[in-house]
Write a protein that binds this ligand. Structure first.
Ligand code: GAR
Length: 224
């Protein structure tokens, strides 16, 4: 018997291609999730159109309209509480959340980050990977903790850097794999194969010691 869909929220700030992929996968029943709400902090973000096209409950919570971060985060938290979600997916959400906010949703929030963490936390990750002479680059999904991009890494996609790569080519090459990575990890949450117990990520009942690798330990689409 199919479990009930996992209620999730997706937060984004820009193009929203990850949100779009998740909404499509939910609509096609490839992912057993119910996107209870999509939240964007930028009124001009392209991704808002994807959220509306898919008929998602869409909140535009513009941080610039608030006197301070606590006021902004209060509305964010209210929207998440009202949606009663079990997983909060930061998919290109470009605001740093306070420790109090993160603790309030502790163990329930994951972030997609475009680098092989712990390398290159923060911004401009493609450019920094090139400048550092890295041979490999990729994306990570980690549990959100109060320290920026520093939570336990759940899964990664790794790819070699080619001599002719630029920040743009890296971003373009990575994007479809980020989409797969996010779906693969969320599928594991829906199957309870990934669970979080007091800041510890469990995979199939065991503490996860190393990130799962897309196309090695996990795959997407599932029949790949
Ligand atoms: C993705 O590349 C994601 O890794 C990155 O933003 C992009 C969102 O793309 N996230 C971060 O930089 C978080 N620090 P999208 O809006 O098309 O889904």
């Amino acid at each position: 018997m199919q479990n009930l869909p996992l209620p999730v929220a997706v937060l984004f700030s820009g193009q929203g291609t990850n949100l779009k992929t998740l909404a499509q996968a939910a609509a096609n029943q490839q992912l057993n999730i119910a996107i209870r709400c999509a939240i964007c902090n930028k009124p001009t973000a392209q991704g808002i159109q994807h959220a509306l096209t898919h008929g998602l409950q869409t909140h535009i919570i513009d941080h610039r309209q608030y006197p301070d971060k606590p006021a902004f985060e209060q509305d964010l938290a209210n929207a998440l509480d009202a949606a009663q979600v079990e997983l909060i997916i930061l998919a290109g959400f470009m605001r740093i959340l306070s420790a109090g906010f993160v603790q309030r949703f502790s163990g329930k929030m994951i972030n997609l980050h475009p680098s092989l963490l712990p390398r290159h936390r923060g911004l401009d990750t493609h450019q920094r990977a090139l400048a550092a002479g890295d041979r490999e680059h990729g994306s990570s999904i980690h549990l959100v903790v109060p320290e920026l991009d520093n939570g336990p890494v759940i899964a990664q996609y790794r790819m070699p850097i080619a001599p002719h790569d630029t920040p743009i080519s890296l971003a373009q090459r990575l994007a479809p794999h980020e989409h797969r990575l996010l779906q693969a990890v969320i599928a594991l949450f829906t199957q309870c194969a990934i669970q979080v117990k007091s800041r510890q990520v469990m995979f199939n009942g065991q503490a996860l010691r190393q990130p799962l690798l897309l196309d090695q330990n996990i795959s997407w689409p599932i029949n790949n």
